[in-house]
Design a protein around this ligand. Sequence first.
Ligand code: ADP
Ligand code: ASP
Ligand code: MG
Length: 428
Amino acid sequence: MALIVQKYGGSSVADAESIKRVAKRIVDTRRAGHDVVVAVSAMGDTTDELLDLAHEVAPIPAPRELDMLLSSGERISMALLAMTIHSMGFEARSFTGSQAGMITDSHHGKARIVDVTPIRLREALDEGAIVIVAGFQGFNRDTRDITTLGRGGSDTTAVALAAALKADVCEIYSDVDGIYTADPRVIPLARKLDHVSSEEMLELAANGAKVLYIRAVEYARRHRVLIHARSTFSSSEGTYVLGEGMKNPRETEGAAMEEPIVAGVATDLSQAKITVAGVPDVPGKAAEIFKIVSKSGANVDMIVQNVSAASTGRTDISFTLSKADAPATLKALAVEQSEVGFENLLHDDQIGKLSVVGAGMRTHSGVSEILFDALSKGGINIEMISTSEIRISVVLRGADLAEAARTVHSAYGLDSEIEAVVHAGTGR
Ligand code: ADP
Ligand code: ASP
Ligand code: MG
């Protein structure tokens, strides 16, 4: 008998029919003799709809109240799921994040889990119940307020529960059959991976692959939780995310295969580019600019500084950041324009980022050549480039991103013979 944590995303519990399907899966796991703890997301696009509603009544909703509102989505799905399981003749108990002992810092909208005290969950399990926990939410001990963990945060709830309860596996159920070499909505010929290393998954998630939330992958790596990403809509096996030294449960002894050089391609349309033009090319200016940027709360991704024109002694500095952070950052920079002495600001929210990720890049040369060659053959212009040890990213026109991704995916020999199935969801 094992302890299994299962997480069901919004598209898996979008309506009554889907909730029944999920309940059946949970009951089947229980029938097989396992203890089951479930983390559940809000139904369908509920969180987005609640967010839209909040912005209709207030341009900048108060963070505490926004968390109160958004956390209600998961309360609906957890109660409905528990009721469904009850009606199937099994004991199920639902818990909010705070009842489940999900303790976070006080950062509304992006809280981090600092402790998990699942006392009530243990009691319920000992009494033979199936445990259902509202994903995406927690509780801060100092403010005594409800917090949320950031969009996609139910994945983190599941992994944190798995770590605290020492579960055998954390199964993340979604509308695709596992982790693919690319988003199957963008590249239908993406191939399902048998397993992926957590360092590669971190890079994919950080660069737009929302199939797993980056903080969940980090948490799993730190606490050695085995993640199995799989589909609610089919019984096929999914993809294991393996931390260092973790064993692939499917691998037979001594049959370790050689790892491919490139694990996958990620696409991201959520970034914008700001150019600070005509910056005096003297020491200290970049420091001044990025101090303002970081104070505005933005996370900068790529930075490029042009060679300064000798005639003017001025240069341009461009950087990328989340589209959502751009307005506040532009405002903060504009306020300091005369102090810093730059000429003007440009804002471009039509960019797309394409990233190629693979641990094999450490030891194989020529990986970047394939990328640049494919883009050049496709007539696609590169605007910015950045690399890490196991990743190469390029910024392109957003309108070119999907086509560029397909070309690059194919150039690395990642195309499958059959099209991937996306079972549900709106991709929102
Ligand atoms: P959930 O609501 O279950 O949390 P998400 O919508 O957050 O599901 O994540 C699943 C989606 O992630 C898929 O529908 C797919 O479009 C997208 N996705 C992006 N990159 C990948 C990838 N490499 N493999 C699989 N799915 C991906
Ligand atoms: N419901 C939340 C969201 O839409 C959390 C999640 O689904 O993981 O972001
Ligand atoms: Mg998700």
